[in-house]
Design a protein around this ligand. Structure first.
Ligand code: MN3
Length: 212
């Protein structure tokens, strides 16, 4: 349940209460208000561009489905999982809480990964890879050239079997970058300690509409 709905319910009950019920109803309203203030529900982030902005590379239909349906589903399931985790923890159910970790990783990963993915994308011709600076230096040190990086990132990403993601990643321990592929919605940083620079979604839902 979103914070707004909880808040509205609290305000409605505060307005409608009769004086004899005041202490009880006020207590209930306060509880609802505090839970609204501490509400951690996640919401679908807006895109910085229109759904058709990436054509002809990615169609508006694919972008619409991918963002409003698929990403939203991860968020809906993440919020539901968090509610279950809170209930489970509140009742001291350690086993039940642990059993929810897979759903948390999958749906939380789906939300984190897609949020980064939308920020990685840009309309054709609207941005270019830097030819100098720390990122260009790191690419040249690891891959030899920008073109070699594109080739290697593409090769490792298309080699993902089933569903997953290809990542251009920064390793803070070695101050270097590398390409990594992970299955499912495994979030890069939480799973490997590497920091994601660029993520490529190789779930079928990211492109199937354009290749029917
Ligand atoms: Mn996707």
């Amino acid at each position: 349940m979103s914070g707004k709905i909880i808040l509205d319910k609290a305000l409605r009950s505060a307005v409608n209460l009769s004086s004899s019920k005041l202490p009880t109803e006020l207590a209930k309203s306060s509880t609802a208000l505090f839970s609204a203030l501490s509400d951690t529900s996640f919401v679908l982030p807006d895109l910085a561009y229109d759904y058709n902005a990436l054509e002809p590379a990615i169609s508006a239909e694919t972008m619409t489905l991918h963002h409003s349906k698929h990403h939203q589903t991860y968020i809906t399931n993440l919020n539901a999982t968090l509610e279950k985790i809170h209930s489970s923890m509140a009742s001291g159910d350690v086993s039940g809480t642990i059993a929810l970790q897979g759903a948390l990783k999958f749906n939380g990963g789906g939300h984190v990964n897609h949020t980064l993915f939308w920020e990685n994308l840009a309309p054709v011709g609207s941005s270019s890879f830097p030819t100098s600076g720390p990122l260009a230096d790191a690419v040249n040190a690891r891959f030899g050239s920008y073109e070699n990086m594109v080739t290697e990132v593409s090769a490792k990403t298309v080699a993902v079997q089933g569903s997953g993601w290809g990542w251009l990643a920064y390793d803070p321990k070695t101050s270097s970058i590398d390409v990594v592929a992970l299955p499912n919605q495994d979030p890069l940083e939480a799973t490997t300690g590497l920091k994601p620079l660029l993520g490529i979604d190789v779930w079928e839902h990211a492109y199937y509409v354009d290749y029917r």
